[in-house]
Design a protein around this ligand. Structure first.
Ligand code: NDP
Length: 252
């Protein structure tokens, strides 16, 4: 009998880093559930390329900031693919860039709702389903944080940096809490990575290139380079790593 491929659920898999993680996971032998909030067509393109790598792949629509949506996203993924054993907590936003005193309550609240509450709902649901003492088979959780958590993002989005600081705390605490449950919890902290998030937050297509000289490796990161670190942390090669946070930032 053919052994079942492990199933990974990736929040925010329609674009950017989440899409790159989905495609690399498919190529490395995982079945893939991606979630998205609005971009159905982009999700379909990601599914097509996962299927081209012989993975089973589904896209589930929902808002990670909404607790009930998160439960449903896991239910839909598991109904289609079987038990999830790896979760990548990736969905995130920055909100429109500005100094804090100019930021609206809506901008700050949306960022905290998605990046912090959303990450907590997803991590909690993963803990419930993967924990060995609850009948799960164990697995991994990889949280996508940001080097902004330690750099602070002054004049751009300090609320976003603060939200990623919360993701770092979540990673450390949950790694210890779930160590006896067969679940490793780690984080990847990207630096400047070539995705839509920058233009959406600043409306400035040239921003990434202008920031390049501030990056020791003198180039912008690619989503595939973030995905490599995520796949490593999910893999057996990382079997003794939990509570870690790998910066993938070109040295920033
Ligand atoms: P993108 O804007 O390219 O993609 C974001 C993804 O998240 C999309 O799939 C989007 O879905 C989804 N998403 C957004 N809000 C929600 C929500 N409420 N519920 C469900 N899905 C949602 O971003 P990146 O790929 O750049 O970022 C991915 C992660 O990496 C984020 O956590 C970000 O903070 C982090 N990061 C990125 C860096 C970078 O330079 N790019 C640097 C450091 C960290 P849809 O398209 O359907 O709206």
């Amino acid at each position: 009998m053919q052994s079942r491929r492990p199933v990974v659920l990736i929040t925010g898999g329609s674009r950017g880093i989440g899409a790159a993680v989905a495609q690399l996971a498919a190529a490395r032998g995982y079945d893939v559930a991606i979630t998205y909030r609005s971009e159905r067509e982009a999700s379909e393109r990601v599914l097509s390329s996962c299927r081209a790598a012989s993975a089973r792949a589904v896209a589930c629509r929902g808002d990670v900031a909404v607790e009930a949506d998160v439960l449903r996203l896991f239910d839909e993924a598991e109904a289609a693919l079987g038990a999830v054993s790896h979760v990548v907590n990736n969905a995130g936003i920055t909100g429109r860039s500005s100094r804090l005193e100019q930021a609206s309550a809506e901008t700050i609240r949306a960022c905290i709702d998605i990046n912090v509450l959303g990450a907590l709902w997803v991590a909690r649901e993963a803990a419930r389903r993967l924990s060995v003492s609850r009948g799960g088979a164990g697995g991994t959780i990889v949280n996508i944080s940001s080097v902004a958590a330690s750099l602070g993002s002054p004049n751009e989005y300090v609320w976003y940096a603060a939200s990623k600081g919360a993701v770092d705390s979540l990673t450390v605490g949950l790694a210890k809490e779930l160590a006896g449950e067969g679940i490793r919890v780690n984080a990847v902290s990207p630096g400047m990575t070539r995705t839509d998030i920058h233009e959406r937050s600043t409306g400035d297509a040239g921003r990434l290139e202008r920031l390049r000289p501030h990056i020791p490796l003198n180039r912008i990161g690619e989503p595939d380079e973030i995905a490599e670190a995520v796949l490593f942390l999910m893999s057996e090669a990382a079997s003794y790593i939990t509570g870690a946070n790998i910066p993938v930032s070109g040295g920033r």
